[in-house]
Every structure is written in C-alpha cells, then in structure tokens.
Write a protein that binds this ligand. Structure first.
Ligand SMILES: [Zn+2]
Ligand SMILES: [Zn+2]
Length: 378
C-alpha cells in the first residue's frame, strides 16, 4: 500500500488551495526525498492562488501542485547514485528552481535560469506538505547550526533582501545613509543585513508602529512613519539634507516609489524589491517619464525597470554617461527608448546637454538578478 501524506495544494486555476491527501513521492536516481520541518508562507503564495490559467501555463506550471517554496527539513531518503547526502541530514532547499546547465546557470546566474519560472511550490510540488521531492542535490544546502524548522524563509525572503543589500553596499561608506521602505518580512531582513554588513545609518520606514519598534530593535537607527507625502523629506532630514545613498523599497507601490526615488541623493542607488505596482511616472522639469515595472513570480526574477521614455523625440541618455556630468547624445536610429542599458544604439552623435535635467541613477535589484546588471533609469 502506498504511503500518503497531507499536502496544501492548488487544485484548480485561480481557486483557493486545499488540504488534501496525496501519495508520498518516491525518489528516483539522483533525487532526494526531504521530510519537511518548516516552510515559510510568502506573499507570492497569495498571488499564485489568483494565477490565471493562461499565465500559469505560459510559465510552465502544472496543475495541480503543492504550494511552498521556502522549505527546510531533513533528508528522508536519497535516491541511487548520490554521495554526500544521507538520511537525517538537516537541509534547506534552494528556493528558486534552476536547471544547472543553461548559459545562465553555467555562468553562476542560476536565478536567471531559463527554466526558473516553474519550480518547487510554483508550478511543481513544493514543501507545504509532509514530504517534498528534490530532483537534484544542487537544490539542497546542508545545515550545520541552523534549525531546519526555521531556515526555510532564508532561502527566499532572506536571500532576496540579501541580494538587494549586496547591490547597494558599494555606496554605503562610513557616514552614509540607507533607507528601508517597508519593515515587513523582507525589509526586516534587509535592516539586519545592513546593520552587520555596512556602516550606514539605517532609516526604517513603515506605517505600522509595531513594525517600526521591531525595526529599531533589529538594527535600524531611525524610524519614519510613512509612506506619505512627507516621507522623502523625512529621509533627507536624517541624511544630511541631500538624501540617502541607498533607498531599498520593499513595498513597490506608487507612493513608495515616488517618495523613495525622491529621497535618493545624486549618484545614489534605489533598489526596487517590492512588487506592489506596475508603473510610476517620474516627473522631471521636461516631461513625465515612465518607468515600467512588470513584477512576475515572486518579483525576484521580474524585470522591474524596463524602459524610460522621453518626451523629447530622439533624445536618450546612454548608460555609459550616467553621471551628473553626462553628455547627452542623440541616436541616429529614430528611437526614443532607453532600456536597461541594453538598447543597441548603432550610431551616436554628440548633442547638447540639457543641463537642467536632474539625474538619478536607479538600480533595480531584480533587474540585476536578471542579468540586467546595470538597469537604471532617471
Ligand atoms: Zn517567496
Ligand atoms: Zn538554467
């Protein structure tokens, strides 16, 4: 008789999940069966419940599947041919799926894998169950001191915040300021990473006083209630009057984007992690400019800052010139689009520099994870 287990599964597109009884999977050669010790609940789990069938199928999802992509536990059974993995080993599972052999995986950018849109807990069976099957030992990290019941969220929420902090670290020299908008799960990770990895003064922004109190206890130096129309001014007040070297937005709605961008000092960095909105208009002296944002699964692999449009036809700022003294160039090609520094301008000629434009470099951590290392917009 086949053993069964409880699993929290999506059984229909755009419907709530159900707790059901399913067979315990049997590991085949090279696979690992993990007994789940703990699993994190993620905001993207909620998004998955509303996933339209067309979008899910486009991402390569199979219905039904078990939710849960932040998983820790113990090796229950190792398939044939595996070395270095034994029953009882405490492990945490790598959250994002990667194939291990595409050009991105081979270059160390596993999170940009061509197959990353379907993985354990998002399109395939995940860890909100008693057991979860792992198809490769490269998706298992053995733990030493961490309790696997607590480690699951580190593989996704923790890793995402860590990545954002790592991207802005070069800007955070002694005397600098870093603002974290949104002191929820990811933001609280970021505050702790910033505290141990940088000398920056850390400003936590949240509308919930309890979260702000926890942020201060977790390493933040200042707490700002927001986001509202005064938030950018409050951040600037705490950062020498000219803005923060880094603003990390873990909310990503129109208000946080607007206030967060306004709080970045020149040559500062803005990390967009939250996936609360799809677009924002950034109004400058010449024209409104639109930075499109298309959050996708878990926002981690989303391409968040895709393009900036300029109302003055023919003008675009090249990535190479992303500084206050940038020269402005007009591409011969009749395009007004500058996106992620990847637009293949074929020819350029020098042009007049509209000196009254205010420049701000924007870095989007998701874009950078998606190999758009230099994604920026003004
Ligand atoms: Zn997640
Ligand atoms: Zn790959």
């Amino acid at each position: 008789m086949t053993a069964t287990m409880k699993a929290f599964r999506l059984t229909e597109w755009a419907k709530p999940p159900r707790l059901v009884e399913v067979p315990v999977p049997k590991p085949e050669r090279g696979q690992i069966l993990v007994k789940v010790g703990g699993a994190g609940l993620c905001h993207s789990d909620i998004g998955m419940m509303a996933m339209p069938e067309a979008a899910g199928r486009m991402a390569g999802w199979n219905m039904p599947f078990t939710l849960g992509h932040e998983v820790g536990g113990w090796v229950a059974e190792a398939g044939d041919g595996l070395k270095g993995v034994a029953p009882g080993d405490p492990v945490v599972l790598v959250s994002a799926y990667s194939c291990g052999h595409c050009q991105f995986c081979l270059s160390g950018h596993d999170n940009s894998c061509v197959e990353t849109y379907a993985g354990r807990g998002y399109g395939r069976d995940g860890g909100l169950a008693e057991y979860v099957l792992v198809d490769s030992p490269r998706a298992v990290i053995k733990l030493t001191s961490l309790d696997p019941r607590d480690a699951g969220p580190l593989s996704d929420a923790g890793a995402t915040a860590y990545h954002a902090v790592k991207r802005v670290l070069p800007k955070l020299t002694p005397g600098s300021t870093a603002a974290v908008i949104g002191a929820g799960g990811l933001g609280m990770f970021a505050i702790q990473f910033l505290r141990v990895m940088s000398p920056a003064k850390i400003i936590a922004v949240d509308q919930n006083p309890n979260r702000l109190a926890l942020a201060l206890a977790s390493g933040a130096h200042e707490a700002v209630t927001g986001v509202d129309t005064f938030t950018s001014a409050a951040i600037k007040e705490h950062s020498g009057g000219i803005g923060a070297e880094a603003v990390l937005d873990f909310v990503g709605n129109d208000a946080s984007l607007e206030q967060g961008l306004a709080a970045v000092r020149s040559v500062g960095s803005f990390a967009l992690v939250g996936a609360g909105a799809r677009s924002i208009a950034i109004c400058g002296p010449i024209s409104p400019r639109t930075v499109s944002c298309s959050p996708s699964r878990a926002a981690r692999s989303a391409t968040c800052v895709r393009s900036s449009r300029w109302s003055r036809p023919g003008w675009s700022r090249t990535r190479r010139n992303a500084s206050r003294s940038a020269r402005w160039r007009r591409p011969i090609a009749a395009s007004t689009r500058a996106s992620c520094g990847a637009v293949p301008w074929s020819r350029r000629t020098s042009g007049n520099k509209p000196a009254h434009l205010r420049e701000r470099q924007v870095r989007a951590s998701h874009c950078s994870k998606n190999h758009l290392d230099d994604c920026w917009a003004i």
